[in-house]
Write a new protein. Structure first.
Length: 138
């Protein structure tokens, strides 16, 4: 069995943002030489997420609005975690959007549905953060 580990680094200049990382995961898969197996993609920071959905700007705006309703950033004093910090909402948003995805690898390709793409979601940006890509298989 083959195993390949790669880190992707991001520095989102704003507090929040979504980045389509499917091309970078495809590059890692090509480097791995795995034809059949699994690809794990996970955010290595507790205020960021990895998820799968459609790459459609309206949907991304809907995510922004929906997440802000569920876990508003302000007032920052509404959260116990924010005693000395201001990112409690980012932790909650990450919990909702998830830590990682696992994608089947078939025929040397990510086995995604017709509109599925892999995204990095940032909820407390303005500094470098990483995503782990771990590919295993034959």
């Amino acid at each position: 069995m083959k195993s390949h580990r790669q880190e992707l680094w991001f520095n989102v200049p704003s507090r929040r943002g979504f980045i389509n990382i499917t091309p970078q995961v495809n590059e890692a898969l090509a480097t791995s030489g795995v034809g059949e197996g699994l690809a794990l993609v996970n955010a290595m920071h507790i205020t960021a997420s990895v998820f799968i959905n459609d790459d459609e700007p309206g949907l991304h705006r809907d995510y922004e609005a929906w997440l802000e309703k569920l876990a508003p950033h302000e007032p920052v004093g509404q959260y116990q975690h924010n005693l000395g910090e201001d990112n409690a909402d980012a932790h909650l948003k990450r919990q909702i959007m998830g830590r990682e995805v696992v994608v089947a690898v078939s025929g040397g390709r990510l086995d995604l549905g017709p509109w599925e793409q892999i995204f990095y979601g940032e909820f407390d940006g303005r500094r470098r953060k990483r995503v782990l890509v771990k590919i295993i298989g034959e």
